[in-house]
Design a binder for this molecule. Structure first.
Ligand SMILES: NC(=O)c1ccc[n+]([C@@H]2O[C@H](COP(=O)([O-])OP(=O)(O)OC[C@H]3O[C@@H](n4cnc5c(N)ncnc54)[C@H](O)[C@@H]3O)[C@@H](O)[C@H]2O)c1
Length: 384
């Protein structure tokens, strides 16, 4: 078993998810490579919550408040960086300079300029293996949808709708955090945070957004800070984008909608994908995470939606029987399986079994940048 020694930068929600995935690697019995976390960098290493890492990661040898110390650690071979968006550019670029492999986080740079700089850094360091985290592609229903796309099962694409809907910001008393501040989250607002996940399937399908008309909403214009004082909340809460999308294989152009909303009443964490085609259609929502709905059509035949109970049909074999349901932490484990499998073998079992690539991140940056212009001008804007 090959071991890759990891440094973890950021001890928030995603940092803990990686620590948990690494701790139950035995869940993936066919893996011939595994992660071992040896170093952790967080803003405040003395914070009580860092004890959770110390207690649960016996291989952890370095805990520091300075990411450069972690990058200087010769024991660290690869780094997972899960920090606020304004830090992506500097942290990722210095990771490449240090010769470490990287799993970065979306949006992979706070804006297009930062993303361009990160991609230029990757070009300068071709020996670094670099991917971006986004776990929803690994849900069994989406893996099946990916196979359908690879096989051209949909026929002519009629329309694609994706989105990521949250509702917790409907509460005006929810305190502001970095994801609601321009300085840390960036001008994209909810698009930068939720939008990358919503773009993953269409981009992996190879479709190219040609133009966008965007309507962006700043609904809660202020929120309480940590002391209860109301402060400006300037980020976009909700974004609705309508695009011309092109399939370069057929030259067909079809409508693509992407909704990223922090204020979508009743929606806790609903990532969804719908693909409508002349020969087949399919739809998935995290609200019904173990189901794929499929409609297959033969000319003149019935049009009926079938509900497939997906169980644990995964890209990277798991000890969990195929009968049993799949959840978020399983998707995160599969995503890490994909990262290390590709790192070791320079390939993946099929195209939807790959983590997000830096090139895909560049595509969503182009789209969100055009969307900002569309909203500002009220015009349809070319995505280029
Ligand atoms: N893949 C997903 O589903 C998913 C979900 C949530 C967040 N994210 C992404 O993960 C990243 C982090 O988000 P989060 O929700 O974990 O945020 P968080 O606020 O929970 O955690 C951020 C972490 O960054 C650390 N940090 C901040 N400044 C630092 C510095 N100068 N040096 C070292 N560490 C520093 C903080 O200590 C904290 O541990 C973002 O890019 C976000 O978009 C991805």
């Amino acid at each position: 078993m090959r071991t890759v020694r990891f440094g973890l930068v950021g001890s928030g929600f995603m940092g803990r998810e990686f620590a948990s995935a690494a701790a139950r690697w035995m869940h993936l019995p066919e893996m011939t490579i595994r992660p071992e976390i040896v170093a952790l960098c967080t803003r405040n290493p003395a914070a009580p919550k860092i004890d959770w890492f110390r207690e649960h990661i016996p291989t952890l040898r370095q805990v520091t408040g300075d990411y450069r110390e972690l990058l200087d650690n010769p024991d660290v071979e690869a780094v997972y960086i899960a920090v606020p968006h304004h830090l992506h550019e500097a942290f990722y670029l210095e990771t490449f300079e240090a010769g470490k492999h990287l799993m970065g986080e979306k949006p992979f740079g706070i804006d297009r300029k930062a993303n361009d700089a990160i991609l230029a850094g990757i070009e300068r360091h071709p020996g670094c293996f670099v991917r971006c985290a986004s776990q929803y592609i690994f849900f069994p229903a989406i893996q099946r949808m990916g196979r359908m796309l690879e096989q051209g099962a949909f026929g002519t694409i009629l329309e694609v709708n994706t989105g990521f809907l949250h509702s917790s910001d409907l509460n005006p008393e929810k305190p502001i955090n970095w994801k609601r501040m321009l300085e840390y989250n960036g001008a994209y607002g909810c698009m930068g945070d939720l939008g990358p996940h919503a773009c993953v399937i269409p981009l992996r399908a190879g479709w190219v957004p040609l133009s966008v008309r965007a309507v962006l909403s700043n609904i809660m214009r202020e929120r309480p800070d940590e002391h209860g004082v109301r402060v400006p909340c300037e980020t976009w809460d909700n974004a609705t984008l309508l695009c011309d999308m092109k399939d370069p294989r057929s030259d067909d152009v079809f409508p693509f909608t992407v909704r990223t909303q922090r204020i979508a009443p009743g929606q806790k964490n609903n990532w969804y994908v719908e693909i409508m085609g002349t020969r087949a259609s399919a739809r998935f929502t995290l609200n019904d995470a173990n189901t794929l709905e499929v409609l297959e059509y033969e000319p003149g035949g019935e049009q009926a939606w079938r509900r497939l109970d997906m169980g644990h049909e995964v890209a990277y074999p798991s000890i969990t029987s195929a009968l049993f349901q799949f959840g978020l932490s399983d998707a995160i484990l599969q995503m890490w399986g994909a990262f290390l499998y590709e790192f070791e073998r320079d390939g993946v079992p099929h195209s939807f079994a790959r983590c997000v690539t830096p090139t895909e991140s560049a595509a969503w940056h182009k789209l969100f940048t055009a969307a900002l212009e569309s909203h500002a001008t009220g015009a349809t804007v070319a995505v280029s």
